[in-house]
Design a protein around this ligand. Structure first.
Ligand SMILES: Nc1ncnc2c1ncn2[C@@H]1O[C@H](COP(=O)(O)OP(=O)(O)O)[C@@H](O)[C@H]1O
Ligand SMILES: [Mg+2]
Length: 615
């Protein structure tokens, strides 16, 4: 164990590695294994029986040779009986090995399934700042392959240690039982075996890790390329990327070959040692048989055992790599479990949200993602229930950050954000998020039917309600034109629907879930002007009776707002109605002129609503 700890620390290629050591990782695993204690005991029992059944077979042959054949026993019945027992033993060995494997897999897979379940739940509870730090690729690895490696810990490492370890012990006991002197001679071989294993171990580990590292490089490269495929094609980078891929592919290929070569060499060296010892025993024991100090049957059994002796040692040594990667995986998973969400519900926060009207106040808010770079400086904004607020400003002005604070994806550094006078930090997140409906640039649709996408798989919402909502936002015509109408299955992320159609469906969600506050963050940025008009109409319906905040790329979306907030570098620089702001001739007017100019320059006046955002 001690050795192992050093091993995985030396690994060092995990930058976000936890400080948790292995003993606590295994302690954590033990918590998951505990409910399966009886299954593990069952496995242990099966292993004992299966090993006994396997190892008694040569012993039986020895009995047949020494007690009957060489004594000239003519009784065929006893031989028949022995053959029968032999058969029984091998059937028993088969049955119990089968049982043992199934039980162990059952326990291992159950443990891993429950770890995976908790892990996913834990990840979904993390605050947004956590996802800023953790690339989703590595989270996917943790949930999928790291948990699988833990399963290998059970199905390979634990099994091998138990089964092969016990087999070794049994073989040694049996050998001593057969002939002490011969056994002692054989044990001389042990140091040679150990030396061989040690010599190979570090080399095997190196080649193994090299292969893993090269594989993850390859995978990362592919992932990166897929994500940026349009850039690659637009800039004609295909050749260059193919070259780079080929290089990585070759490196992985070579390291894989090296790993395989090492493993084969190691296995064969064990075979060699096995053969050597058989020759050794044949020579020593043969002389003893000739000198009548050892019966022939004993020699036979001995040779069989010494052959069987090497297999388990070989297998156990090979578990080393699996054990190492299992420890690394476990540490990674446990470190995820150790992270506490930075945004948390106050204990005992029980607020009644049923009577909320939707008044929103930002009181002297200061905010930054990282400690040194303030994103919102000192912001006061007071919004009446039912008011519609438009928010404009160039990219990076802090509009989305403002929304994130209202949704409490992050906590303010100073000041407060309140809804109907209650600090959002005092409202349990679940309730807070029920109060707010957020529509973003790219609405998220799940694979499932349209009905389920609108009601978010909540069966409490009836089909009629869904249909009514879709009618209200004007999505009904579109949906009814689809092949299966409301039951049309959307593929992942709703591909197959246009951006505007997806947006309409997310609007229907708002109607169904009736949040008191509605937020649109660049919801119309991706739309053509026709879809935008549809959304515009839907917005008029959806915003009815709700406090609505609209961050918009296009002026037409917010021109009718009760009030427009103009943001610049984390501050509100102007506010008022569209007309007033234009008359004021300030920053807003400048933004407006820019967008007008852009439209004229593009030579397509009226082709879309004027965009006032540079981004
Ligand atoms: N998750 C984040 N981590 C760190 N910085 C961020 C993050 N999101 C936004 N920022 C920074 O905060 C500033 C405001 O961003 P944002 O609120 O998204 O602006 P807007 O929505 O107006 O375009 C920008 O400088 C941006 O780089
Ligand atoms: Mg934004």
């Amino acid at each position: 164990m001690e050795d192992l700890r050093n091993g995985s620390k030396a690994d060092g290629h995990q930058p976000d590695q936890p400080k948790t050591n292995n003993s606590s990782a295994y302690k954590g695993l033990y918590q998951y294994a505990k409910p399966h204690l009886w299954t593990f005991l069952g496995v242990f029992g099966c292993i004992i029986v299966a090993i006994a059944a396997d190892l008694l077979q040569p012993y039986l042959v020895k009995v047949a040779i020494d007690d009957h054949l060489t004594k000239g026993d003519k009784n065929a019945n006893t031989l028949f009986l022995i053959a029968g027992i032999y058969l029984l033993l091998s059937v028993g060995g088969f049955v119990f090995t089968y049982l043992q494997n199934n039980l162990l897999q059952y326990a291992g897979q159950s443990i891993v399934a429950s770890i995976r379940k908790h892990l996913f739940r834990h990840i979904t509870k993390q605050s947004m700042s956590y996802f800023d730090r953790m690339p989703s690729g590595s989270l996917i690895t943790h949930v999928s392959s790291d948990t699988e490696t833990i399963n290998q810990f059970f199905s390979q490492v634990l099994l091998s240690v138990l089964r092969d370890g016990l087999t070794l012990v049994f073989i040694i006991v049996l050998m001593f039982q057969l002939d002490v002197r011969l056994t002692l001679y054989c044990l001389i071989l042990l140091p040679i075996i150990a030396l061989n294993a040690i010599a190979f171990r570090s080399y095997m580990r190196k080649t193994y890790q090299m292969a893993r590292t090269n594989l993850s490089r390859l995978v990362a490269f592919v992932a990166e390329n897929l994500a940026g495929m349009h850039i690659i094609q637009v800039f004609h980078q295909e050749k260059e990327q193919q070259k780079q891929f080929s290089e990585r592919n070759q490196t992985y290929f070579r390291s894989n070959l090296r790993e395989i070569r090492t493993n084969v060499l190691f296995n064969r060296s064990f075979d060699m040692l096995g053969n050597l010892s058989v020759a050794f025993v044949t020579w020593l024991g043969g002389n003893a048989v000739l000198g009548h100090s050892v019966p022939f049957g004993v020699l036979f059994a001995f040779i069989t055992y010494i052959r069987q002796f090497f297999q388990p040692i070989n297998t156990i040594t090979q578990q080393w790599n699996t054990l190492l990667s299992a420890s690394v995986s476990m540490n990674r998973i446990w470190s995820i479990f150790d992270t506490v969400p930075s945004v948390q519900d106050k204990p005992g926060a029980a607020v009644d949200i049923s009577g909320v009207k939707g008044q929103i106040d930002f009181n002297g808010v200061k905010f930054s993602y990282t400690d040194d770079q303030p994103v919102i400086h000192h912001l006061d904004l007071h919004i009446q229930p039912g008011e519609m607020i438009g928010i404009v400003g160039t990219t990076g002005a802090g509009k989305s950050s403002l929304i994130s604070l209202l949704c409490r994806f992050y906590d303010v550094k100073e000041g407060s954000v309140t809804i109907d006078g209650t600090d959002v930090r005092d409202i349990p997140q679940e309730k807070l998020h029920r109060l707010i409906g957020l529509v973003q640039q790219e609405p998220y649709l799940y694979s499932g039917s349209i009905v389920d996408n609108v009601r978010l798989f909540d069966d409490a919402v009836s089909r009629e309600e869904v249909m009514q909502a879709c009618r209200l936002v004007g999505a009904d015509v579109l949906i009814e034109s689809l092949k299966d109408g409301y039951d049309t299955l959307l593929s992942e992320r709703g591909s197959g629907l246009s951006a505007g159609e997806r947006q309409l469906i997310s609007f229907a969600r708002i109607i169904v879930f009736k949040p008191k506050v509605l937020i649109l963050d660049e919801a119309t940025a991706n739309l053509d002007s026709h879809s935008e008009q549809l959304i515009q109409r839907a917005l008029a319906v959806v915003s009815e009776g709700r406090t609505t905040l609209v961050i918009a790329h296009r002026l037409s979306t917010i021109m009718g707002a009760d009030r427009i907030i103009v943001m610049r570098q984390g501050e509100i620089v102007e506010e008022g109605k569209h007309r007033e702001l234009l008359q004021q001739g300030g920053y807003y007017e400048e933004l407006y002129r820019h967008s007008q100019g852009r439209i004229e320059a593009s030579g397509k006046p009226g082709s879309g609503a004027p965009a006032i955002e540079a981004g």
